[in-house]
Design a protein. Sequence first.
Lengths: 117, 111
Amino acid sequence: NAGVTQTPKFQVLKTGQSMTLQCAQDMNHEYMSWYRQDPGMGLRLIHYSVGAGITDQGEVPNGYNVSRSTTEDFPLRLLSAAPSQTSVYFCASSNSVGTGMSAYGYTFGSGTRLTVV
Amino acid sequence: GQQVMQIPQYQHVQEGEDFTTYCNSSTTLSNIQWYKQRPGGHPVFLIQLVKSGEVKKQKRLTFQFGEAKKNSSLHITATQTTDVGTYFCAGPGAPRLKYIFGTGTRLKVLA
């Protein structure tokens, strides 16, 4: 199994450009989330999904959109990139996180390093 | 909103010394998870605690969930250079599927 696959690994954008970060998982997990990681800030939740067709906002959703048309894919779209969105973005999936039912936690992708100039 | 804080933010230890990181939530947690992130890598799940006062061990790592289920700790005995990385705790927010991560503790082990 590939687990959680994120593309691209690196990206440089100009201010105002839009782009989509791709995330795909092959574990049939219901729950998927996007986090951003900035130095000293830990991992902050952007958006999350509890199944196909269901998404909700996390702690820092402004400037980002998501959709979940299939169980496997959970793309993150930057609408109009700003320098404040320079960060490392992680996609993660789980079969039951938050419910205490799973002993396996989140599986993370390898991340996308985004720089906005 | 819910906050999950960890202390210390950074810790440098000599190889062989013990290390502890503490996690404190502003709200009661139904469960708490711990993750490790190696430098340049992604977070990797270590363990989940569910019961009040629960203690679990993984070799040199000891995890504890507080009686009030608002705090947790990770203790590493006799650190090794392979323990280098950032340790995160995480717990369910409101709604519970909104999983919130702590600020992390970065551990550096000096050989």
